[in-house]
Design a protein around this ligand. Structure first.
Ligand code: HSE
Length: 307
């Protein structure tokens, strides 16, 4: 039996579309054990009623890919999921259950696959590496998909950096948010994003918050997604006026994430909530900090999960 904790993630970080992501201190918990009986899936927490309890469950599907890869036929499986990451909000909930399912299945079959192999498999399942990579290894991760591998590098998040997330009360599927994107982009916009992404990586590595604020600008995805998120521009503007270094769409949205110091987070959260409300969107506000650990095997949580 294994019990895992998997962090939420925020992908893109502005200009780093499908490339940059950061783990956050909000977690899903996943327990898995071979029982010798049938498939039993239990789900608690956020959106639990919508999560399938059969073979179309995402944790099960992810685990099955690992079982298949290592030629293991599980004899009955019991899976328990404690869902704390809101679903379809741009905080990496699907990445967390894919990573959790794969790491749990790998663990109970003798850890035969490396994290690099798991990252490649998880990316193939998710479609892009920027959420699964930080969910697996924590911190800020730069990742790129090559033919047979994901090449990635981890950056330690700057000390003292915190975030405020405004999570709208409606879901936006990644598919819908990707369908809003054009098939081609102007060369100027591509150059704009390359230059900002490169500077942003330097800013993170050198804890240069002012530069981070300037570099976290995007022309490749956020402008196209704005119509799906009422008030997005105004919420970002209001957060900046209250002292956020930078503001971005978290992953594919609809959550908006502001990067700031902790002494500013309360005022930023209040203004984001109010501005969203003025646009007709109810949201919840959370202060989240960068998580340096990726998926983690925990023992103590197991007692509660299986009680
Ligand atoms: N990079 C992906 C996107 C993240 O923006 O579509 C999805 O969570």
């Amino acid at each position: 039996m294994v019990v895992l904790r998997v962090p939420a993630t925020t992908a893109n970080l502005g200009p780093g579309f499908d490339t940059l992501g950061m783990a956050l201190n909000m977690y899903n918990y996943i327990a898995m054990v071979e029982t010798g009986n049938d498939l039993v899936i239990e789900v608690e927490g956020d959106g639990a009623e919508k999560v399938p309890r059969n073979t179309s469950n995402l944790v099960y599907k992810a685990a099955s890919r690992v079982f298949q890869r290592v030629s293991h036929q599980p004899k009955g499986l019991r899976i328990k999921i404690e869902n704390n990451i809101p679903m379809a909000r741009g905080l990496g909930s699907s990445a967390s259950v894919i990573v959790g399912g794969m790491v749990a299945a790998n663990y109970i079959t003798g850890s035969r696959l490396s994290y690099d192999q798991l990252l490649h498999m998880a990316t193939c399942m998710e479609g892009h590496p920027d959420n699964v990579a930080p969910a697996l290894i924590g911190g800020i991760v730069i990742s790129a998909q090559f033919d047979e591998e994901i090449i990635y590098r981890r950056i330690q998040p700057p000390a003292g950096l915190t975030t405020v997330v405004a999570i709208p009360d409606y879901e936006l599927s990644t598919r819908e948010a990707r369908n809003a994107l054009p098939a081609k982009v102007p060369m100027d916009d591509a150059v704009y994003n390359m230059s900002r992404t490169s500077l942003l990586v330097w800013a993170f590595m050198n804890s240069d918050m002012e530069l981070m604020g300037k570099a976290m600008e995007d022309k490749l995805h956020q402008p196209y997604r704005m119509s799906l998120i009422p008030g997005m521009d105004k919420v970002a503007q209001a957060a900046r006026e209250m002292g956020a270094y930078s503001v971005a769409l978290s992953g594919a949205g609809p959550t908006i994430i502001a990067f700031c110091t902790s002494n500013k987070s309360e005022a930023i959260g209040k203004t984001m909530k109010r501005t969203f409300k003025e646009a007709g969107v109810q949201c919840s506000i959370k202060d989240l900090t960068p998580e340096t650990n990726g998926v983690k095997i925990i023992k103590e949580k197991g007692v509660q999960l299986w009680a």
